[in-house]
Design a protein around this ligand. Structure first.
Ligand code: PEP
Length: 253
């Protein structure tokens, strides 16, 4: 059974103390996860160790980095490598969030390098893809996302792909309050899975978790997660409020 995942993306929000309090408030709910369910907190770099230690002993809860650099090591002041993340016990890293693509000019080719470095370091990437509004309006979203997958992901072996989580995040839905309908989400998630099946076979496609991201809220999570090809969510704004994120965790199937 493939993993159903609620992943929080704090982005550049919260102080250390606020982050610690938020984790405490969420963990206080003592939501027991089934074996196939996971909760992941993608937090700012300075909070990774605190987050890992808060989650220590909590089965199926993990800390994640929001990014890593696309080179192995060296003179890249201010950057953090996948190997460094692994060395402090991190198991997941978000790769290719649309904000990184837009504000930091990350290309599909750079993201391919990041995926390689994460996997080589034993870190599972949460690979983000998704189209801008103009592409959706031109009805080109399936092709657009397929290109993102081909250029960043499809050089991986089937075994490596088994360690990747995909997050489909339409850019027009991120932080806008405008969520994809369940029909829109299911349609493109099924397309992503079919493209993976064509390249890697049905077994690989059936095993990969594909999360939906884009204004997931406490009130719409259940409906979105009930789509057969939606395996949970990558959640920005609503992950900053304990009462909302706990409802989203409980919406996992
Ligand atoms: C995100 O940060 O990936 C995201 C989907 O944000 P929001 O839930 O706020 O739209």
């Amino acid at each position: 059974m493939r993993k159903q995942i609620a992943a929080a993306n704090w982005k550049m929000n919260l102080t250390y103390k606020q982050g610690e309090q938020l984790l405490d408030d969420i963990l206080e709910e003592r939501i027991a996860l089934a074996d196939h369910q996971q909760v992941i907190f993608a937090v700012p770099f300075p909070y990774l160790i605190m987050t890992s230690s808060e989650l220590a002993g909590e089965a199926n809860y993990f800390a994640a980095a929001q990014n890593c650099y696309h080179k192995k090591s060296g003179a890249f002041t201010g950057e953090v490598s996948a190997e460094m993340l692994e060395s402090v016990g991190i198991k997941y890293c978000v790769v290719g969030h649309s904000e990184r693509r837009e504000y930091f000019s990350e290309t599909n080719a750079m993201l391919a390098e990041k995926l390689d470095l994460c996997l080589a370091a034993g870190i599972k990437p949460i690979f983000c893809c998704g189209e801008p509004l103009t592409i959706r309006e031109a009805d080109q979203h399936n092709n657009f996302v397929e290109t993102q997958l081909r250029e960043s992901l499809f050089h991986l072996s089937a075994q490596q792909l088994g360690d990747v989580v995909i997050a489909y995040e339409p850019i027009w839905a991120i932080g806008t309050g405008k969520t994809a309908t369940t029909e829109q989400a299911q349609e493109i998630h099924a397309h992503i899975r079919s493209v993976i099946a064509a390249k890697y076979g049905k077994k690989a496609a059936d095993g990969i978790s594909i999360l939906y991201g884009g204004s997931v809220k406490a009130g719409n999570a259940k409906e979105l997660f009930s789509c057969p090809d939606v395996d949970g969510g990558l959640v920005g704004g609503a992950s900053l409020v304990a009462a909302d994120f706990t409802k989203i965790i409980r919406a996992l199937s």
